[in-house]
Ligand binder design. Sequence first.
Ligand code: MN3
Length: 197
Amino acid sequence: MFQLPELPYAYDALEPYIDAATMELHHSKHHATYVNKLNEALADHPDLMERDVADLLTNLSNLPEDVRAAVRNHGGGHHNHSLFWQSMCAEGGQPDGELASQIDQVFGSFDNFKARMNAAATSRFGSGWAWLITSSGGLEVISTANQDSPLSDGKTPLLGLDVWEHAYYLKYQNRRPEYIEAWWSVVNWTEVAKRLV
Ligand code: MN3
């Protein structure tokens, strides 16, 4: 059985950047629904239920056809959101150490990297995610549609930004760029750097 992870902070911890009402709805309703639907979809596949969701997403094409779409959507939703909660904290900042040097090397500067993420996040039509990923080719900024995980494309997600309307609509309505700008204040770079191994 997959479980909804608890948030590592209170629902109001990311105020004023991300409001408590959005956090509670996003975690206790949206994320919970992905977990419940993943469990429902895998009810007849106890072997898959035992595996890690990241492992299922990495090996999507090897899964039985009858569950592949459900794992992609609900498993993706579960894993993306689990990463997302851990990637935020009340005291954001900027990366340092190895991650900061790789960002400078690949993008030229932190500001250039930020501009690339912002472009990926604002230009994603409809629902999806903007990502900083790493792969054999090094760091890269990409975006995915819906709940597609970079893992299914052989990429390791380091940092993901949820640009579904449910992530910002209560506070920012249609102003996605304002939500994106606010989100930079709550990125937990310590946690993100741990994924760079
Ligand atoms: Mn979401």
